[in-house]
Design a protein around this ligand. Structure first.
Ligand code: SF4
Ligand code: SF4
Length: 401
């Protein structure tokens, strides 16, 4: 694709990166076939190719309107288009650059700004979110399907007793919504000879605010998390950083890129990214006893796992080792509609995608749905006919049987 970026961005690092990405796109449109919003809306401007064109126009200095922003807002950043693209177009990175420019040039209405600011303020603050959730649960009967049910208790966290140690990310909303996930991960890894440890003060990974287009505030969260982890990393106390939420994992693996222009943090960020692993990459299948029993479950592979981190098959192999029979899931590459705060900001599209996803997941008559990301778990769990659990919780229960 030929480009002629405008003066305001041409010679900036963002401009050079966007230009290189745009030039890779040959406008073939293969990506449209796997884009959830194009499938729902059938509008070229709600396809990856259409959005790339809108971003190109914005970077070339064409007028940016609320309509431009609407089509970018409707994008889930699921990155299914990246998995499909034969030319290696990094749509997600281009979207980050394009969204920052569009945000500056097409002002949002007051209500939209307020909603986004409230989400960016409340969600990354673990104590505040936990208090709000506790309060909301008192009135759950008024908002069925919106306020999640109380979660199972975490259970015991094993003591540090192994020479092999890895850091866990507690995260922002997960400890309140599903405290058992990280504890189950710690117990399973403990059985495999690995101690999982928590760093005090480690909070949000920054994905929430970054993807709400509060990009600089998202980077502040990233720097704060690096600071909390660094003593463990610098001293060689841990061999890896483990993510139990694939959404966080996709972001932390990109720290090296996202902080590349920050001289104080770029080296640390690159090292953190290089050490980061999804939980499915560190649970050694061979160390697990091969479990008997054939409970049928469906696995929902989050976009942040299969497209963001390009991990496919790892969780499935571990679940099969745990004795689960995985039911077939058609269109497994399509987003469930959760996508961070998308389910709140684009509720109608999100609901339609959830209906499609649940029909696909439940079509094989599973006893439960397994997933790898807290956002998908909460979003699907609000409407599913069967329990939706993190795969590590199901695996732990199978190993105990
Ligand atoms: S992003 Fe990739 S698949 Fe989509 S139009 Fe461009 S080159 Fe084709
Ligand atoms: S990231 Fe997802 S929703 Fe956005 S353009 Fe790509 S496939 Fe479509």
């Amino acid at each position: 694709m030929q480009t002629e970026l405008a003066d305001f961005i041409r010679d900036t690092p963002q401009g050079r990166e966007a230009d290189a990405i745009l030039r890779k796109c040959v406008h073939c449109g293969f990506c449209s076939a796997t884009c959830p919003t194009y499938q729902l809306l059938g509008d070229e401007l709600d396809s990856p190719r259409g959005r790339i064109y809108l971003i190109k126009q914005a970077l070339e200095g064409a007028p940016v309107t609320a309509r431009t922003r609407l089509h970018l807002d409707r994008c889930l950043t699921c990155r299914a288009c990246e998995s499909t693209c034969p030319s290696g177009v990094q749509y997600g990175r281009l979207a980050d650059i394009g969204r920052a420019v569009v945000e500056e040039r097409a002002a949002r209405g007051a209500w939209d700004r307020l909603k986004r600011a409230a989400l960016a303020f409340a969600l990354p603050r673990r104590a505040l979110f936990t208090a709000m959730l506790r309060l909301g649960r008192q009135f759950r009967f008024l908002l069925p399907g919106i306020i999640p049910a109380p979660a199972a208790p975490a259970g015991d966290w094993p003591p540090r007793r192994h020479a092999r140690r890895m850091l866990a990310l507690a995260g922002c909303v997960q400890p309140a919504l599903a405290p058992r996930i990280n504890a189950a991960a710690a117990r399973v890894l403990d059985r495999c000879g690995i101690s999982l440890i928590d760093a005090p003060g480690a909070g949000c990974c920054g994905a929430l605010r970054f993807h709400l287009n509060f990009q600089e505030q998202g980077r502040e969260d990233m720097r704060a998390l690096i600071d909390a982890w660094w003593p463990y990393v610098e001293g060689g106390e841990v061999e890896a950083i483990v993510m139990t939420a694939s959404g966080c994992g996709a972001t932390v693996k990109e720290y090296g890129h996202l902080l590349a222009r920050d001289p104080a943090y770029r080296d640390k960020a690159a090292r953190i990214s290089a050490m980061t692993r999804d939980l499915s990459e560190v649970v050694p299948a061979a160390a697990l006893p091969k479990a008997a029993g054939r409970q049928r479950i469906a696995f929902q592979s989050p976009c942040s796992l299969q497209h963001g981190q390009q991990l496919r098959g790892e969780v499935e192999a571990l679940l099969e080792r745990g004795g689960f029979e995985l039911t077939p899931v058609p269109d497994a590459h399509l987003c469930c509609g959760s996508a961070g705060t998308y389910s709140i900001l684009q509720p109608e599209l999100s609901r339609q995608l959830r209906e499609r996803k649940l029909a696909a997941l439940q079509g094989g008559q599973p006893a439960a749905i397994a997933t790898a990301n807290i956002g998908c778990l909460t979003h699907l769990g609000a409407a599913a006919e069967v329990p939706v659990r993190h795969w590590i919780e199901l695996l732990e229960e199978a190993l105990q049987r």
